[in-house]
Unconditional design. Structure first.
Length: 148
């Protein structure tokens, strides 16, 4: 769904004589990349929270969770900005807006997950192994996360 809209937008940009063509193309690419980065940040935060709970004292745990949440929020803010920029680019080139949902954080977060899935499908088994290898997350925690 989004891939076709993005392809149409990219084609419209390429057919234009806009002096900022390269910058516009980069903004579209940045939005796609940021959606993937945001999704990864959310997943990393969730897995780390589970592990940190057992590794840290309560006060240290609260500080660590606040830091993880701050990073996720910053990535979410960047994503929202890029979504708005790309939608303005769509308007400039008379294309259907890529994001047509409500202008709230939850809806844009869902858009990021949908966009990331469309461009980078997640293989749950590969994701499980990657998290186990890189972060030492237990299989039980992963099974619970992947069931949701």
């Amino acid at each position: 769904m989004y891939r076709k809209q993005i392809t149409n937008l990219l084609a419209a940009i390429m057919q234009s004589n806009d002096p900022h063509q390269e910058r516009l193309l980069n903004q579209v690419q940045n939005m796609i990349d940021q959606a993937g980065a945001y999704v990864e940040a959310v997943m990393a935060m969730e897995s780390r929270i589970e592990v940190l709970r057992f590794r840290m004292e309560p006060e240290d745990y609260r500080i660590a969770v606040a830091q993880l949440d701050s990073r996720r929020k910053s990535m979410h803010d960047a994503l929202i900005s890029l979504v708005n920029i790309v939608n303005r680019i769509c308007e400039k080139f008379s294309q259907e807006k890529i994001y047509q949902g409500d202008n709230d954080r939850i809806s844009i977060a869902q858009f990021a997950f949908d966009l990331a899935k469309e461009f980078k499908p997640v293989d749950p088994l590969a994701l499980r192994q990657k998290l186990v290898d890189q972060r030492g997350v237990s299989e039980t925690i992963l099974r619970n996360k992947l069931r949701r």
